[in-house]
Design a protein around this ligand. Structure first.
Ligand code: IMP
Length: 432
């Protein structure tokens, strides 16, 4: 079975932990979009690993990890991650495969990201400042540099022309010291020496792997509501974090997957900017942030927190064809007397059951809450659904009713072991 694991909220749902947990059932873990804006945190026996570009499956020996054409790669960030893993005892070696069609983040992309945010002023996106948006802009404008293009460094013709034109455009746009395109080319020449052994035709690699019966886990980054097409545009990232990204970002057909697991937290979080209908600007919001340690894994910035938004998750279920959900950070709700679930929005006196596509309409929406009793017994460390306090079981069952999909995995702490994989028949067979 080949399955996709993707975010059902605004990113930071805990996908890294879920991918790491499921990896032993697969032979390959493949990322299909984004870049080092992602921060997938995995704890293994108390040791913390934060992965940005490399799929979370790398922590398991023998697993091949793929970086698909849908990603944008900053070579220096990649090398730093490989070196960091090595220092923690994880050898990447030849287990990494990088698509020759993935685009590169070059030094001017980060500068352009900062410039674009500064120019937007109050309307800024709150990007991770990694150059992600500008690299995707160059891709769409057909002036980007792809990993496979670096093979031409020796002959120095089309690649050198592209780099020169892009750097000259950057110099016209940005004041201060001009960037030297030859230095950028040198930097690419050096990067290629290290990248080359990992670079392959990923479409072919995956087709052969699947013919050989190797199971693939497709790993999403960010989340549905941050998707360039389906998220809260323009407060989104620049790639397709939703299911369609698997096909376009890994060069595979629509029948390459057998199931979709959406990951969502027991409370909702999002970065600094953009709409978050259930945001709590009170002591409960602060409590959720502190107990969940809600600070960006890539940026360290505090996240905004709010109640579970079933309208947003239902939308993610629809857009991605989600078969089951993984519910993470349930323990963050431990000890609350009462918990709210947003089941609908109220918009100018009308009840909305579905997530609006229009940002103006979304801004006019207020959450319609349903209150459920909390629980005082800690959920942390529970191994079976029946071990959970009754209040927590009721909360999860109610979430299943309002989202329309079963909860197959429940995470009650950061470590691998602090997880429940449900075996009830409501859960898809590929999860049991
Ligand atoms: P960019 O991807 O750096 O361009 O940022 C665009 C938006 O996506 C900003 O609101 C970021 O905070 C958000 N974002 C990007 N990556 C992540 C992530 O991995 N988790 C949560 N938010 C993210």
């Amino acid at each position: 079975m080949n399955i996709a694991v993707l975010g059902a909220q605004w990113g930071d749902e805990g996908k890294g932990k879920i991918v790491d947990l499921l990896t032993p059932s697969f032979s390959i873990v493949a990322r299909y979009q984004g870049g080092h804006n992602a921060g997938h945190t995995v704890y293994v026996q108390g040791q913390k690993f934060v992965l940005h570009l490399i799929p979370s499956g790398i922590l398991h020996p023998g697993i091949t990890c793929i970086i698909g054409n849908g990603l944008v790669i900053d070579p220096q960030a990649l090398f730093a991650e490989v070196d960091q893993l090595a220092s923690l005892g994880v050898a990447v070696g030849d287990r990494l495969v990088i698509s020759n069609k993935a685009h590169l983040i070059l030094p001017y992309h980060r500068e352009l990201d900062l410039l674009s945010e500064a120019r937007r002023g109050d309307r800024k996106i709150g990007t991770t400042s990694r150059g992600i948006g500008p690299a995707y802009e160059d891709k769409i404008a057909r002036r980007g540099v792809r990993v496979g293009d670096l093979a031409e460094v020796a002959s120095e013709t089309p690649l050198a022309d592209a780099v020169r034109e892009n750097v000259e455009a950057r110099n016209r746009l940005i004041g201060g010291a001009a960037m030297d395109w030859r230095r950028v080319l040198d930097h690419l020449r050096t990067a290629w020496v290290r990248l080359k052994p990992w670079v392959k035709d990923v479409s072919l690699y995956l087709a052969e792997a699947r013919r050989a019966g190797r199971a693939v886990l497709y790993e999403g980054a960010q989340g549905t509501l941050l998707d360039i097409d389906h998220g809260t545009y323009p407060f989104v990232t620049s790639s397709n974090a939703t299911i369609g990204g698997v096909c376009t970002g890994l060069d595979v057909g629509p029948r390459a997957g057998d199931g979709v697991l959406g990951v969502g937290r027991a409370c909702t979080t999002r970065g600094r900017e953009g709409p978050l209908p259930t945001e709590l600007n009170d002591e409960i919001g602060t409590r959720l942030r502190e107990s969940g340690q809600e600070y960006g894994a890539s940026t360290g910035r505090p996240r905004r927190c709010g109640w579970y938004d079933a309208v947003a998750v239902r939308y993610a279920v629809r857009v991605n064809g989600v078969d089951a959900l993984a519910l993470t950070k349930l323990d963050v709700l431990d000890g609350l007397d009462e918990i709210q679930i947003c089941t609908a929005y109220c918009c100018n006196g009308t009840t909305l059951a579905e997530f609006p596509g229009d940002l103006g309409q979304l801004a006019a929406c207020t959450p319609v809450y349903e209150s459920v009793p909390g629980w005082c017994v800690p959920t942390k460390g529970a191994r079976r659904f029946s071990d959970l306090p009754e209040g927590a079981q009721r909360y999860i069952r109610r979430l299943e009713e309002v989202t329309g999909v079963p909860t197959g995995i429940i995470s009650t702490g950061s470590d691998r072991d602090e997880t429940i994989i449900r075996e009830e028949s409501v859960v898809p067979r590929w999860l049991r």
